[in-house]
Write a protein that binds this ligand. Sequence first.
Ligand code: NAI
Length: 551
Amino acid sequence: MPTRRATAQPKFQNAFLLRDAAANRGTAFSVQARATLGLQGLLPPAIETPDQQVARVMDNVRRQATDLDRYVYLSALRERNETLFYRTVLDHLGETLPLVYTPTVGQACQAFSRIFQAPRGLYITAQDRGRIREILRHWPQQQVRVIVVTDGSRILGLGDLGANGMGIPIGKLDLYVACGGVAPKACLPVMLDAGTDNTALREDPFYLGLRQPRLQSEAYDTLLAEFVAAVQEVYPGVLLQFEDFSNANAFALLHRYHHQLCCFNDDIQGTGAMGLAGLYSALRLTGEQLIEQQILFAGAGEAALGIATMVTAAMVAQGLSPEQARGHCWLMDSKGLVVAAREDLAEHKRPYAHAHAPLQGLQAAVAELRPSVLIGASGTPSLFSQPVLRELTRGTARPIVFALSNPTSKAECTAQQAYEWTDGQAIFASGSPFPPVTLGGRTLVPGQSNNAYIFPGMGLGILASGATHVSDAMFFAAAQALADQVSDTDLQCGRVFPGQERLRDVAAAVATRVAEVAFAQGLATCSRPADPGAAIKAMMYKPDYPPLPPD
Ligand code: NAI
């Protein structure tokens, strides 16, 4: 009988390199690497540079039919070749940021169960009580330094999306890597699935989360307490970022845990710093002082309170008493103006409940209070109507208008509306991006008040200094660092935030100031380098292919 020719053992372990997103280089494996790693024949013959790979990815991105398709395509790339994904995002930040984060991430969360292809991050559910530590230990990476956690209860302005909200921690951590230069292996997205009160989701045959009403009160608090304790035990010193928790829980969690561990709430504190930075820049255009402003917030939730708190602190730093400073900030919620006489106010609104007659309707409030700044954080589209903005312009020559609600479908007004209805006088910024507007021969570029200008740098500064806690002074420093990054050229076209292509430089600048605060306040566990700015830049992750594994 003829004997079969002996064959070389296939190098299965090397073939798996192509399935390992952290190690895979795809067509960028060199001739020599293919030979030594046994990859010959497993890849098409062309050898490409990373830049050529990025060009193909962007060509594919642009050929997709919708932004959601682009999101799906890019997410699949991240699961195949992590380095190429981050390199693409970083090289084309202006184009990719709206795809991997707001506004597209809103659609992605709404469609999460349908577009789901591969798990990413950890899912911890109400049924895991008693074994959360064990589940955290299932995560294969040991070097986790940042956790972004949501319970999906208030995703952007879209409400309770249950486990579909996992798109948010994933997206935020993508920005930590691409903009903040935090290594991918240091990042852990977590969905804390406490159920959902969104009945349509519970009845959706494709829904991937727990099909039960949300845990409430004590049961919810117990789940959170176990999670936080487990995080501290399994990943001591980790930075925990709370993200898109519903209003009441967000304030309570921050209050309960901010002294206990290194944590912050981006929706409250990050938005606060971003909003204050936007105001500083806008005031460079008007030539006025912060303490001269009357600010009306449409919305009295996490975003509005976060900004009001930062603005108040900034006014106090400029010499006002806390009471005087709060007197410059007025809030409206869904039930009308927040005033002392109201008995239905949550505790966090009380400091801003001024003595005034109850008042309904935004236009009436604008007419009565004559604000110079109108900030929308209501999740209510079209709230800044033509009559509201006309009324605003009657009281102030150059109104500052921030329509922060996300995604785009929830914005209080569009850039076009803001400029048109104020005869081009508004200094406008929005949470979701809007294209430039040409009015009377002038092109106005709206700034995007994206928290991505703050949190990646916050995180990086905290990690670089080994801060044990996150202080208010760090957010204050972050706001000032961001405002300093806005150039005169930005301002000349009306933009009160830097261009998004500069996000990485902004993160480095924010991180440096944040780390300096940690060193100065005695919160750092690392010793201060001679040049913290240079040290921070040097430690930032770069999306270059990692060294090849030994043959
Ligand atoms: P939240 O749920 O804590 O607060 C919403 C507030 O709006 C509540 O006080 C509610 O009573 C009020 N409201 C609802 N309808 C209103 C109406 N017709 N008039 C006046 N107030 C009304 O939500 P959160 O976290 O404050 O977020 C609000 C919006 O801001 C969301 O769309 C979110 O995506 C967006 N946001 C934008 C950020 C940015 O631009 N970087 C950062 C954080 C939030």
